[in-house]
Each structure stands twice: as structure tokens, then as C-alpha cells.
Write a protein that binds this ligand. Structure first.
Ligand code: UDP
Ligand code: MG
Length: 318
């Protein structure tokens, strides 16, 4: 029987935490009774520097049930992605599979069993994918969809409509641990691990209690991190623009010279317009070129692992 750990990042979630703890506790008991997970499977709450009573609530539940309810307290608010990472890395030491889920129960706990079945079928990463987003506000829905489109366009592999509701095997997490970058976007990294994956579909619900901890500012920061930590395409666009404008300059030169020779222009216009186009193009070109090098340095400084070994057949011959 495999041991499951459910990681729950929490930032000021005092209003929803009691519900979450009992609902997820029930999920564990149910799975244990069906012999799908080991008896010492547990919940791991990560307190992301909350300023309300979140940590006290975790502590008191841990005292009631020291095996099933555990917690990590981070010293300050580091944001969802880092809080989740802290939980995942701590959980992998003590379990065979790790599920991550938001504290607000927006993700459907009813599909957890299906995720675990997929795990036993040999999938290392099982993504929870939203079927529709009718419970999200119009703003959240459209910006999120735009974001996934943009990510694809910039060449970042992500699972469409998958947030961080995900089951991972211990070995996938071991590989994930090799990503030591600080500019972290989990949804982009997990598909890079390349292990067998599966999707499980569900409808996203309203928050069980409390209100969103993802302000517009945090959402924008996440979107920018997602793109900038995987792609240096924006820099290439600057370079491309520079090249484009230099090409236009050639046309402008011909046009300006022809107009000049026909005597159709006021004195000084030709030289002025040519310098504007030429210098503008040259500047963008140079900026893009420098940017390309900085982009390479940036990618290099991540020290990302270059490959992940999935299976090995190399026992010594007897
Ligand atoms: N969260 C966190 N640190 C933060 C912001 C959010 O750990 O700085 C947690 C939060 O407690 C929740 C999850 O991340 O468990 C998702 O946040 P939320 O539900 O507020 O985001 P939304 O569903 O509105 O995108
Ligand atoms: Mg939420």
C-alpha cells in the first residue's frame, strides 16, 4: 500500500481551514477503508506566513491527531508557489505520492480517488484539469484563458486549465527537486519532467469560505514569472522589431531620396526622417542583441537539470 500525503498551502485561511481539515480527513479515511492508501497517510498544511489564526488551528488539529494532521510554518509570506514547493519537498521524504490542493476546496475532492487509480496504473503525474470555469468571475476567466494562450505562444508547455491540483509520485518529485531556480512556475516545470502523465477532469467550485488570496497584483506577477522564467521570446521580439525597422528604413531611404530628387520636400526633411528611422531601428536591434546574450546568461544561471532518467537498464552482468 502506498502512502499518500496531501499538501495544502494556506495563507490567512482561518475561515476555511476547519472545513478543509475535516473534508480532507474524511477523504483519507475513505481511501484507507478502500485499501487504496496506507493507514499512516497524512495531510500537510503549509502556513505561508499567515497573520491570522491559521497556524494555531493547524497546531490544535495536530494535537488531536498527530499522525494524520501535520504542518509546516514558513517564517513569512513567500507566495503560493514557494509555499507549495516547501510542502512538496517536505512531503516527498515521508510518502510515496503527494497530492497538492488549495485550502479553499475549489478543486473537487471527489476526483482524488480517480487520481490515485491513475497513479497505480503507472502515471507519475496526474493533473487535475478544470472542465469549465463558470464559477470564476468574468475577469478571472478571460485573463486566465488569455494567459494559457500566451504561454503556448511563447513556447511554454503547460496543461490547459490545470492549476496546482496535482498528484505526483515520489520519483517525479525527486526530479522536481533538482530545479533549484528561484523564479518558480510549477505548472511550467512539471510537464518538463517528462514522466507518464494523465489528466482527470472536474468542475471547479466556489470557495468554501473566505475570499481569494490571489490579488490582481499576485496574479500578474505569477503570469509574468510564468512567461519570463521559461521563455526569452520577448527579447527575440525586440530583436525582430529592430530588424524589421531597419528593413523599413531601406524603403524609407528610397522614398525619401525619390521625393528629394523630385524636389517635393522642404529642406532638411530627408536627412531628418532618415536618421529617425535608421537610428530607431539600430537602437532596437542593438538592444535586442544585447538582450539575447543576457537571455542566455539568464537561462544558464538557472542551472536546471538537463535531463531526467525515467528508467535504467544497466545492471552488471553476472
Ligand atoms: N496562498 C498561499 N500564499 C499566498 C497566496 C495564496 O499559500 O500568498 C494559497 C491559498 O491559501 C490557497 C491557494 O494558495 O490555498 C490558492 O489561493 P486562492 O484560492 O486565494 O487563489 P484563487 O483560487 O482565487 O486563484
Ligand atoms: Mg481558490
Amino acid at each position: 500500500m502506498k502512502k499518500l500525503c496531501i499538501v495544502i498551502p494556506c495563507y490567512n485561511e482561518e475561515s476555511v481551514l476547519p472545513i478543509t481539515a475535516s473534508v480532507l480527513g474524511e477523504v483519507l479515511r475513505n481511501l484507507i477503508s478502500k485499501d487504496k492508501i496506507a493507514e499512516d497517510s497524512f495531510l500537510l498544511f503549509v502556513d505561508d506566513g499567515s497573520t491570522d489564526r491559521t497556524w494555531e488551528l493547524i497546531q490544535s488539529r495536530h494535537e488531536e491527531n498527530t499522525i494524520q494532521i501535520r504542518g509546516i510554518k514558513l517564517s513569512g509570506n513567500v507566495g503560493h508557489q514557494f509555499a507549495l514547493t516547501a510542502g512538496l519537498l517536505a512531503a516527498k521524504e515521508k510518502s510515496d505520492m503527494v497530492l497538492s490542493i488549495d485550502a479553499d476546496l475549489q478543486d473537487d475532492v471527489a476526483v482524488i480517488e480517480e487520481m490515485i487509480d491513475k497513479f497505480y496504473e503507472g502515471h507519475d503525474i496526474v493533473y487535475g484539469v478544470r472542465k469549465e470555469r463558470s464559477t470564476d468571475t468574468f475577469l478571472k476567466r478571460t485573463t486566465a484563458q488569455l494567459f494559457y494562450k500566451l504561454m503556448g505562444w511563447f513556447g511554454v508547455k503547460t496543461v490547459y486549465n490545470h492549476a496546482d491540483f496535482r498528484l505526483m509520485s515520489k520519483r517525479a518529485l525527486e526530479e522536481f527537486a533538482k530545479y533549484t531556480e528561484t523564479n518558480l512556475f510549477l505548472r511550467g516545470i512539471m510537464p518538463m519532467l517528462g514522466y507518464p502523465t494523465a489528466n482527470v477532469y472536474y468542475n471547479r467550485k466556489e470557495r468554501a469560505a473566505g475570499k481569494t488570496k490571489y490579488s490582481l497584483r499576485k496574479m500578474c506577477a505569477l503570469a509574468f514569472d510564468g512567461i519570463s522564467s521559461f521563455s526569452i521570446k520577448p527579447i527575440s521580439m525586440v530583436l525582430g522589431m529592430g530588424v524589421g525597422i531597419l528593413l523599413v528604413t531601406i524603403v524609407a531611404i528610397i522614398y525619401a531620396l525619390v521625393s528629394y530628387m523630385r524636389g517635393e520636400v522642404v529642406a532638411g526633411w530627408t536627412s531628418l526622417i532618415l536618421s529617425v528611422w535608421f537610428l530607431g531601428g539600430l537602437q532596437l536591434f542593438a538592444l535586442g542583441l544585447v538582450g539575447k546574450y543576457i537571455g542566455k546568461i539568464y537561462i544558464e544561471t538557472k542551472h536546471r537539470p538537463r535531463y531526467h532518467i525515467e528508467a535504467e537498464l544497466m545492471e552488471d552482468e553476472e
